[in-house]
Design a protein around this ligand. Structure first.
Ligand code: HEM
Length: 195
């Protein structure tokens, strides 16, 4: 039973990291305001939200299974307060920080209509901090940290996020909706006049 819990903890940690990578890439796609990854705009946004939900589910499984794992000896408190645990405090603290950031992103997204877009966006920038923190945690603390496959997977995730960030910083990234509007607006005005 303990062994199964331990395997589940490791597996769910790895899946969470992959899902967070997908969420970051889709988030950038959503922000671009255009079709991306071969999908229409609404589908990118829907996938971003659902992948984030799935990441939270796997993260919940990751931390709960570790809470009952006798080896790590985590207290409930250690799941939310970074760098306070006795088991590999720095590497584990990064995981805790990552979880706190994920919770902040989820909470502000659920309250978006109440807190306003500005506050929501300000917190959402934290996603760019959350991802490397989670990556470093996994590479630093996991049983599989020395294995070729975890390094390959982590490098693959890093390549995806790096590509998304380069795209995000590229010229004209957010210009797409404005360009479409410039092209469509005169036609809409013409149609209004005809009516
Ligand atoms: C953004 C949040 C997190 C992500 C993406 C994440 C991901 C990962 C990954 C990829 C591993 C490596 C698994 C392996 O070696 O196969 C790992 C290990 C681990 N994580 Fe997390 N983690 C997160 C948060 C947390 C939190 C909040 C805790 C508990 C306070 C935690 C505790 C651990 C422990 C104890 C291990 C070592 C498990 C072992 O190999 O024995 N993690 N995590």
């Amino acid at each position: 039973m303990t062994e199964a819990l331990w395997y589940f903890a490791r597996g769910s940690g790895v899946v969470s990291l992959v899902l967070l990578t997908v969420v970051v890439a889709l988030g950038v796609g959503t922000r671009s305001g255009r079709p991306a990854f071969g999908l229409p705009r609404f589908a990118v946004s829907l996938l971003h939200r659902n992948a984030a939900l799935l990441a939270v589910l796997f993260l919940t499984g990751h931390v709960l299974s570790l809470l009952f794992d006798p080896y790590a000896q985590l207290r409930f408190f250690d799941l939310f307060v970074p760098f306070a645990g006795s088991y590999r405090p720095v590497w584990l603290g990064l995981g805790t920080l990552g979880l706190d950031l994920v919770l902040a992103l989820v909470a502000t997204s659920l309250l978006r209509h109440r807190i306003g877009v500005r506050a929501w966006r300000a917190v959402h920038w934290l996603a760019y901090l959350c991802w490397p923190v989670a990556l470093t945690h996994g590479l630093g603390t996991g049983t599989d940290r020395g294995t070729w496959w975890l390094w390959t997977l982590s490098l693959g995730c890093a390549a995806v996020v790096a590509a998304a960030v380069v795209w995000r910083l590229s010229a004209g990234f957010t210009g797409f909706p404005q360009r479409v509007e410039r092209r469509v607006a005169p036609k809409l005005r013409q149609m209004e006049e005809v009516r």
